[in-house]
Design a protein around this ligand. Structure first.
Ligand code: NI
Length: 174
């Protein structure tokens, strides 16, 4: 496995639409493994392929609290698609590995039912709620070039972008 470089916003590569995966072959399987390793190294709970510069519809998540002693519980998805959705919303604080040290409250449907292809190229379905639902929706948004700050007011969005531009200036290699 190898670690990938996470793109930090603002960056046009984070605003593109990702392409469906035709087949979860060894190349996609390796991408999933590398993304998972990259996410763990960055202490994240979710990562989408466009965040590492690859425009494939692939996401990985793991919401297990490993520091709290919980066993890893990764979910690897290609071509995730929402086939059912709650009428009610819930608000959670979200962060993103492409937005270092920025957090904001976002409202999203409470639960979702997702269809996807797993790492062994098998069709699967998952009904997710709570943090899993939040994380899946956040990562699936990345596949359509949508970022969590897009849900904020323009005032808050501009503040977060200014903060990131300053962050990038200070961290030339980020
Ligand atoms: Ni994100």
């Amino acid at each position: 496995m190898s670690q990938l470089k996470i793109i930090v916003a603002p960056d046009p590569r984070l605003k593109r639409n990702a392409n469906p995966v035709v087949n979860v072959d060894s190349v996609v399987q390796k991408l999933m493994d590398d993304m998972l390793e990259t996410m763990y190294m960055a202490n994240g709970i979710g990562l989408a392929a466009p965040q590492v510069g690859i425009l494939d519809r692939v996401i990985v998540i793991d919401i297990a609290n490993k520091k709290g002693g919980e066993k890893p519980c990764p979910i690897l998805m290609a071509n995730p698609e929402i086939i059912g959705i709650a009428d009610e919303d819930d608000t959670h604080e979200e962060g993103c590995l492409s937005f270092p040290s920025y957090f904001a409250n976002v409202s999203r449907p409470k639960w979702i039912h997702v269809r996807y292809v797993d790492q062994k190229n098998r069709r699967q379905e998952l009904r997710a709620e709570g943090l899993t639902a939040v994380c899946l929706q956040h990562e699936m948004d990345h596949l359509d070039g949508i970022l969590f700050i897009d849900y904020l007011s323009s005032l808050k969005r501009n503040m977060s972008i200014r903060k990131l531009v300053k962050f990038k200036r200070k961290n030339v290699h980020a």
